[in-house]
Design a protein around this ligand. Structure first.
Ligand SMILES: NC(=O)c1ccc[n+]([C@@H]2O[C@H](COP(=O)([O-])OP(=O)(O)OC[C@H]3O[C@@H](n4cnc5c(N)ncnc54)[C@H](O)[C@@H]3O)[C@@H](O)[C@H]2O)c1
Length: 412
């Protein structure tokens, strides 16, 4: 077998984008995934995805509304790509693993830490790969920051800030992103950020945090611009207002295992905003943790600041993996309109390589759980009124906030 046979489960906005990611991979000399089927509980979404796939890849995948039926009907199905909304990740992923399939699941790995644990146990029980699709770390800018930190380019990191505070009360992509037990906007968006903090600075030791619900009513935006048919259709059908139950604003201090501190201010609410990502070391600083389509810069002690192009020209020993070199030949993704798809192509490629040739999964269940736990540590700290050790959150010893979500979802 030189290709894995894949089913896409969850054919909404990101599911559609995954099809474009697959297309990027299929067009490359690295193609190792064959799309056989699409599945969505809403048949019209699966049909639209099948149409998109046929338009892009030239082969129409089979359409299903039930994962069990798909697994039984499609011969030699190897893996599924789970791109449903987060509140059902654990149900769908555990079912797929118990059916003997390998799984890639979109971030956030799951709706709570307990749900993550169920998924890890199911992967172990069935001896199957479980990969969390975390795209930001695969961007060339993120790889470069990682390399610079690992090689001591700015000395020892001692402090960082991660600020992403955007104003407004618009519905953020989908109504479910404002409902606590469906996966609020902070979980959806900021789990990328806890992941990037951990990717660049290592594990977190302790968290103090606060969260607020600043916008109790979310309103349909005036437009969404020219985008995929799925998003256009979804926008047409969107209600004009959504009562929000998920907090939209957060502040935290992370103390890392290596002693560095990270100052965090993340939200989408209210009036005014601020943004900035900086890592300070005792020999210099880096602007940016790396992100999808982003660029970074670095200033070392006594030197002028250098942009990403200048950094790349001045260092030896840095390289991307072969598929990433092929997709990003300049080593820069900023301004590349296909960056979203290319990072997804890298995720698919890695999963298939793990299945076919034993490649290590970068963001496995354990890593995905730590990202989710780091985000919920902010909420749990706010609820407990004290700083928390990460181990207390990862082991579900402090769990009052998430217990309400588990209760609403009848998650045991
Ligand atoms: N990595 C990124 O940059 C990125 C960007 C957007 C979304 N996401 C993630 O992708 C996931 C999906 O988000 P979205 O914006 O596409 O949501 P969405 O609501 O647009 O799509 C979810 C789809 O899943 C389907 N679904 C729900 N339960 C199902 C089930 N049990 N079986 C099959 N299908 C089911 C829904 O009908 C819908 O079509 C989320 O985890 C989200 O956080 C990641």
């Amino acid at each position: 077998m030189d290709k894995i046979r894949l089913g896409l489960v969850g054919c909404g906005g990101m599911g559609t984008r995954h099809l474009y990611g697959l297309w990027e991979l299929v067009q490359s000399p690295f193609s190792n995934v064959e799309l056989c089927a699409v599945c969505d509980i809403r048949r019209e979404n699966a049909e639209l995805a099948a149409q998109e796939a046929e338009k892009l890849i030239g082969i129409r995948p089979e359409i299903f509304t039930n994962l069990d039926e798909m697994a039984r009907a499609v011969p030699d199905l190897t893996a599924v790509d789970v791109v449903t909304d987060p509140s059902v990740h654990h149900d769908v992923v555990c079912q797929a693993l118990d059916l003997g399939l390998h799984v890639m699941v979109e971030k956030p790995m799951a709706i709570t830490v307990k749900a993550c644990r169920q998924m890890i146990e199911a992967a172990e029980r069935n001896n199957r790969h479980l990969s969390v699709a975390e795209n930001f770390r695969r961007d060339p800018s993120a790889r470069l920051v990682h390399y610079l930190l690992q090689t001591g380019a700015i000395g020892l990191p001692y402090m960082a800030l991660f600020h992403s505070l955007g104003p407004g009360n618009g519905i953020f992509i989908t109504p479910w992103r404002h409902i606590k037990e469906r996966g609020g906007a902070l979980l959806d968006m900021a789990v990328h950020f806890t992941h990037m903090i951990r990717y660049q600075l290592g594990d977190i030791a302790e968290v103090y945090g606060d969260v607020r619900l600043v916008e109790p009513v979310r309103k349909k935006p005036d437009s969404i611009g020219d985008t995929y048919t799925f998003y256009q259709n979804q926008f047409q059908a969107m209600e004009s207002e959504v009562p929000a139950t998920a907090e939209d604003t957060s502040l935290a201090m992370f103390r890392m295992e290596n002693g560095a501190t990270v100052n965090w201010l993340v939200g989408l609410s209210g009036h005014g905003g601020c943004g900035g990502e900086v890592i300070f070391g005792n020999e210099g600083s880096i602007n940016g943790f790396g992100t999808r389509g982003g660029s970074i810069s670095m200033q070392r002690r006594g030197q002028e600041a250098r942009n990403q192009e200048e950094i790349l020209a001045s260092i030896d020993g840095f390289s991307l993996e072969p598929l990433a070199e092929y997709l990003f030949p300049t080593g820069i993704s900023a301004g590349d309109s296909a960056v979203d798809w290319k990072l997804i192509a890298l995720e698919y490629y890695e999963l298939a390589e793990a299945i076919l040739n034993g490649r290590k999964i970068e963001v496995d269940g354990g890593c995905g759980l730590k990202d989710v736990a780091a985000l919920y540590a902010i909420f749990e700290s706010a609820r407990a009124g004290r700083a928390l050790r990460m181990s207390e959150v990862e082991n579900c010893e402090v769990y009052a906030y998430q217990a309400e979500i588990d209760g609403a979802l009848s998650l045991q």
